[in-house]
Design a protein around this ligand. Structure first.
Ligand SMILES: NC(=O)C1=CN([C@@H]2O[C@H](COP(=O)(O)OP(=O)(O)OC[C@H]3O[C@@H](n4cnc5c(N)ncnc54)[C@H](OP(=O)(O)O)[C@@H]3O)[C@@H](O)[C@H]2O)[C@H](O)CC1
Ligand SMILES: [K+]
Length: 522
């Protein structure tokens, strides 16, 4: 699913009005009605007090539409105008007039804390104060109103975005935005729903279709995309009946040190479990027996050193190499990496200590083959690109880094983001069960295994991250978050593949009798 920018959303609105010959007032009506429908379906007329706080722009206008429909349907509604600016938008004013047509209880203006209404914990707050139009710091009393919401403990439903969040920069204080229980966002998810510093302001979110122009939606290129099943499925490479293991590549996994052979085992198992034809591990001598005994499918080459990698010498022709898992950062291992990088032309995945070593000697980065995949967690990323002031600067720095070195980088997190060719691919699968030892080693293995089978490196990174999260999601259904460990993620890979081909659940909508008749005729 495309993640549109603020400018694209405004452009889409204008284009939709032109092509569908509807006014922006009617587009706002659509948006508000969608939210009303969402609420009405769940509330079924319940008389819970609903406090609708409207700003003075189009987000506020949406709030007025919601208020009008709730009032018409007999809900217990109180509407307020948060007067942070006297420049009311034309569409806001149009819907203000429409609201006046259905109630004598006109919205109450709020100018300062003395105007704040009492809100009980059982009440509902609709936050339609600021949308994507926020462009400068907010007045103190408006922030106080946000705090008033939080203190009330009432369920807060945000319209489009939680008020106070910017679309392109983080906020300095967590009291400067609304903390929403749910956000109903129009047409496209917003990037801020996926970034660690801004995602926390809404517990859940959902996208509402407001009928924007289909051609605009289809043809507009976005800088970011949310990756779900629909996005990964077209890339799946089916297996031919007469294929053999040579068709699916030979992966070489280089890593391990005394006490960290298990990490390489996890990576190698994941590589093979995702479909690579052959896997060889290159580990220090001390790991030989453990590897052979615990993972008989893998072949093993050992370094001359007992406890660490000191020289990378092998006489096989791997299709793809993963480097770094559990390797440590000792001087001799770094030297081995340097020699290896200067010679190597085989596609690469670099993880963990491999990344740490690159961070200590950045001059090695220029030897990475084009489209090498790097998989840092936040600390490793900071060592690699330096500190950032907020998530947006982090994304800019990663884009610049990937451009400079022509690499693909996965920013690991609750929503892992693959950065490739200036574009962000935001993964939608995964859960907190993945916060467990070795889950990164498994991800490296999955990506390596996909690369070995001939997936383009960008697809291997995006699809691999998706499968990794999906396995964890399916595993967590049986195990819960706490009991899920990295080995389970490998075990559930098969289910993650099968899930790609499961038919989506039919929508929970009753079919009309005519529809049933038509089906019979067909
Ligand atoms: N396709 C869609 O998604 C649709 C979305 N809709 C809704 O429209 C809003 C965006 O509305 P907009 O009017 O552009 O912006 P806001 O409502 O967020 O803000 C209103 C104006 O407030 C001014 N502003 C900005 N920051 C501040 C501040 N800190 N203090 C005071 N005032 C501020 C700013 O105007 P200026 O000219 O003064 O800069 C804003 O424009 C979107 O989020 C959806 O909810 C449509 O209803 C339908 C289509
Ligand atoms: K809002």
């Amino acid at each position: 699913m495309k993640i549109f920018s603020k400018a694209q959303i405004y452009a889409g609105d204008t284009l939709t009005s032109e092509r569908q010959k509807i006014s922006s007032i009617e587009l706002m009506e659509r948006a508000g009605v969608q939210i009303f429908n969402w609420m009405h379906l769940r509330m079924q007329g319940a008389q819970v007090p609903i406090h609708i706080f409207c700003g003075i722009g189009n987000n506020g206008g949406d709030g007025l539409v919601i208020a009008r429909h709730l009032i018409i349907h007999g809900y217990n509604v109180k509407t307020y105008i948060v007067d942070y600016n006297n420049k009311r938008s034309a569409d806001f004013l149009a819907h203000y007039e429409r609201l006046k047509g259905v109630t004598k209880a006109w919205p109450e203006p709020i100018h300062d804390p003395s105007d704040f209404p009492e809100i009980a914990p059982e009440d509902i707050i609709v936050d339609a104060i600021f949308g994507i139009g926020l462009n400068r710091p907010i007045s103190k009393w408006v922030k106080d109103l946000f705090m008033h919401f939080r203190k009330s403990q009432a369920f807060t439903l945000a319209v489009d975005v939680p008020s106070g969040l910017f679309t392109d920069k983080a906020i300095e204080n967590e009291n400067d935005a609304v903390w929403a229980g749910f956000t109903l966002s129009f047409a496209s998810p917003k990037l801020i729903f996926f970034l660690p510093e801004t995602a926390k302001y809404t517990a859940q979110w959902e996208i509402l279709d407001i009928g924007l122009d289909p051609e605009f939606l289809l043809t507009t290129e976005t800088d970011a995309e949310l990756i779900g099943k629909a996005e990964v499925l077209p890339n799946y490479i089916p297996r031919e009946r007469f294929s053999h293991k040579g068709d699916f590549g030979h992966a070489l996994i280089i890593g391990g040190s005394y006490g960290k052979i298990g990490a390489v085992t996890l990576t190698a198992r994941a590589t093979l479990s995702v479909g690579a034809g052959l896997v060889t591990t290159y580990i220090p001598k001390c790991g030989y027996t453990a590897m052979q005994a615990s993972f008989p499918e893998a072949m093993v080459i050992t370094d001359s050193h007992e406890e660490k990698i000191t020289k990378i010498n092998y006489n096989i022709k791997p299709t793809v190499i993963a480097f770094g898992i559990g390797a440590g950062t000792e001087g001799e291992t770094l030297e081995a990496l340097e020699h290896f990088l200067k010679e190597n032309k085989t596609p690469l995945v670099i993880d963990a200590d491999g990344l740490n070593m690159l961070s200590t000697k950045k001059s090695l980065l220029k030897y990475l083959p084009e489209n090498t995949i790097l998989t840092p967690h936040p600390k490793e990323l900071e060592r690699l690109i330096g500190a950032w002031k907020d998530d947006f600067e982090k994304l800019d720095k990663v884009k610049a880094f990937t451009k400079k070195y022509k690499v693909i980088l996965i920013i690991k997190g609750a929503y892992s983001i693959t950065v490739f060719n200036d574009k962000l691919f935001v993964n939608s699968t995964g859960n907190p069960g993945l916060a467990t030892a070795g889950s990164g080693d498994v991800l490296t293995g999955i990506i390596t295994g996909l690369l070995a089978q001939g997936y383009h490196p960008s697809v291997a990174a995006i699809f691999g991250t998706y499968l990794h999260g999906k396995s964890a999601d399916l595993g967590a259904l049986n195990l819960g978050f706490q009991s899920l460990i990295a080995s389970h993620v490998i075990e559930y890979l098969g289910d993650a593949f099968l899930d790609l081909f499961l038919e989506p659940e039919p929508p929970a909508v009753e079919k009309s009798p005519e529809h049933e008749e038509k089906q019979k005729e067909a």
